[in-house]
Design a protein around this ligand. Structure first.
Ligand SMILES: Nc1ncnc2c1ncn2[C@@H]1O[C@H](COP(=O)(O)OP(=O)(O)OP(=O)(O)O)[C@@H](O)[C@H]1O
Length: 424
């Protein structure tokens, strides 16, 4: 069913849905476009419309082959729509769900594309703040690159920033997708360009491993891990690539690479990755049941590599990690089939510190013995009590429905000032 969007565009068919609205395949005076129509309850908010218009310059100014260009903004009655270049392909989440893990060459090539796009954004003063596979589109009509990958384009600029306004939010709050949130955001610091680098490194880890380094369980537990845990090595990953990941997942924002440096360093590694199959990594255990039969995810290592007693955090049925899921925008209907955002207040330091050790998910080489021996399970059960108590604190702290975001005043893209390598 076609619908008019302003006087120049017609929306023909739904391409996908997100928490802020629906993306349509549309037609404009210059040919096919993608039209992101904001949800009506958001589009009728005058203040929001004003801010959206204010964002327009920055969004329109971003012209880069690895950024989905915004061509127009339509404000027509209750309709508020962004008209974007149409990307004929799929999003990275869909590809990842299909393939589970990508070969390192393809993963690195995609990450390098996104880093190039981020470099352009940061140079024009825009921090994306929601880099994740859902927001990376693969242009199937573009030329095949290293590892058989199509060009990757970053999308969804500005919407999170738009919604994240001072009027709606307070500086004590955070907004975003828990698995990809940099620790400084969790700690309430202003998001700089380096938060995008952390998120992109998380995406690259996920492409290689099939899961994110700190995900799984309650969003509060995920946030805490970003702050207190270090990333656990992936079996079989080339050392140089690993070092790059570690640097970009550093807790200290200043230790992470700039986007342009990251893109260059990733591309340097591509020749060494040719023909390498996907890493042989098993998902962290998620198939152990607690006494009450609830499936659990058992974590099995400390980030420093030392063996740890396992601690258990709630997992989703079937043992697959579920990304934390509270809608990005107030009152969002579940019009997306993916759980993507959370919205919580910044936890107090003692909440972040309490009982956090040993919850990082330790990847196992495929075929390696599971750590879920009877002894480990008993140990996990003991520790679960402790972690359960911590989770209650965090759940209370989360106050799902309390809207949390950083102030827009903090949204500057001041680039990080350093490049000193550091491990967490
Ligand atoms: N420019 C585009 N060209 C083609 N398809 C697009 C384009 N932009 C978005 N899509 C499709 O629409 C879907 C929804 O996009 P949208 O940005 O609204 O949501 P999301 O990023 O998945 O979720 P959220 O907005 O909650 O973060 C995407 O997953 C993608 O499949």
């Amino acid at each position: 069913m076609a619908r008019k969007i302003g006087s120049r565009y017609t929306a023909h068919q739904i391409l996908g849905r997100g928490s802020a609205g629906t993306v349509w395949l549309g037609e404009g005076p210059d040919g096919p476009v993608a039209v992101k129509l904001l949800r009506e309850d958001l589009a009728s908010d005058e203040d929001l419309v004003g801010r959206f218009v204010q964002e327009r310059t920055a969004l329109l100014g971003l012209e880069h082959p690895n950024v989905v260009s915004v061509r127009d903004l339509v404000v027509d009655g209750n309709d508020l729509a962004l008209v974007m270049d149409l990307v004929r392909g799929t999003d990275l989440r869909t590809r990842l769900e299909r393939e589970r893990r990508l070969a390192p060459e393809a993963a690195v090539s995609i990450a390098a594309d996104v880093a190039d796009g981020l470099a352009a954004a940061h140079a024009s003063g825009v921090v994306h703040r929601d880099v994740k596979p859902e927001n990376i589109l693969l242009d199937m009509q573009g030329p095949l690159g290293p590892g058989g990958s199509h060009p990757a384009l970053l999308t969804d600029f500005g919407v999170a920033k738009l919604i994240d306004t001072p009027k709606r939010t307070r500086a004590t709050k955070i907004i975003g997708t828990p698995d990809y949130l940099a620790p400084e955001i969790v700690e309430g610091l202003p998001p700089r360009a380096s938060v995008d680098i952390y998120a992109l490194a998380t995406v690259l880890y996920e492409l290689l491993a099939g899961f994110t380094p700190f995900g799984g369980g309650h969003p509060g537990a995920v946030l805490r891990r970003h702050v207190t845990e270090s990333v656990v090595p992936l079996p079989g990953i080339p050392e140089e690539l690993w070092q790059l990941l570690v640097q970009c997942l550093a807790k200290a924002p200043a230790s992470r690479l700039r986007a342009s440096e990251l893109a260059a360093r990733l591309r340097e590694q591509l020749p060494t990755l040719v023909g390498m199959p996907p890493l042989d990594v098993d998902e962290p255990d998620g198939d152990l049941s607690g006494e009450d039969g609830t499936p659990e995810r058992e974590a099995v290592g400390r980030a420093d590599g030392a063996a740890s007693e396992g601690a258990a955090v709630a997992g989703s049925p079937g043992g697959r990690a579920r990304r934390g899921a509270v809608p990005l925008v107030p009152g969002a209907r579940p019009d997306s089939n993916r759980d993507t955002h959370t919205s919580m207040r910044v936890p107090a330091p003692d909440e972040l510190a309490g009982g956090a050790h040993g919850t990082a998910r330790a990847p196992r080489a495929a075929g390696a013995p599971r750590p879920g021996s009877a002894r480990n399970r008993a140990s996990a059960r003991r520790r679960r009590v402790t972690l359960g108590a911590a989770a209650v604190v965090l759940a209370a702290a989360a106050g799902v429905g309390a809207w949390v975001a950083t102030s827009d005043d903090d949204a500057g893209a001041t680039p990080p000032s350093r490049t000193a390598p550091a491990s967490p």
